[in-house]
Design a protein around this ligand. Sequence first.
Ligand code: SF4
Ligand code: SF4
Length: 204
Amino acid sequence: MRKPKLRELKEAVTALVKGPYTSKFPKAPAIISERYRGKPEYHEDDCVLCGACGEVCPPGAIDMVQERREDGTAVRRMVLHYDICIFCGQCQRACITEKGIILSNKFDLAVFDRSEAVETVEDELLTCDVCGEFITSRKHAQWIARKLGPIAYSNPALVLAAWGDMGLVDEMATRSERPLKRTDNMRLLCPSCRRSLIQTEEWG
Ligand code: SF4
Ligand code: SF4
């Protein structure tokens, strides 16, 4: 048998005195470093469902689902599949509110059914009053309006979202007749209908 090298012998003696380097988890709670990057978690109060985290996620672990409910309202849902997540932290870095998604120190994420490995957050979607096209989440529009302050008054959709935030406007009835008229200016319109309205106003 070859003699152990001095360095290995030193390590063995150190381990005898200090105890093993490994932890006793799961018998004892694991000691997690403060900077550990574990399960990303949405924070409903701070997430405005803008979708930026899904855009930057390298393995495509975050889906944005948009659907219309039976009652006619629409919803946007961010679905994070943490069985695909590589815990890189890009979602947290790109979050426009800086607090919408934060990597926790949770690491014990095993599940029997992978469909349970999801983290979701959802909010109402604003839709075009004329064609019904999805615009963005209500929270996102309100967040942009608050961020822009008085400049938001240059965009009717943001003004309506801000007024809705303050409880100053009720939901408007949809209308599908065309061409759009000047009175439609203060409606919630998707970019396509807004362009069509401006073209009608400018060139008839
Ligand atoms: S930590 Fe990285 S991989 Fe995981 S959800 Fe965020 S961006 Fe995607
Ligand atoms: S607010 Fe942050 S966490 Fe929420 S969807 Fe946007 S980037 Fe993702």
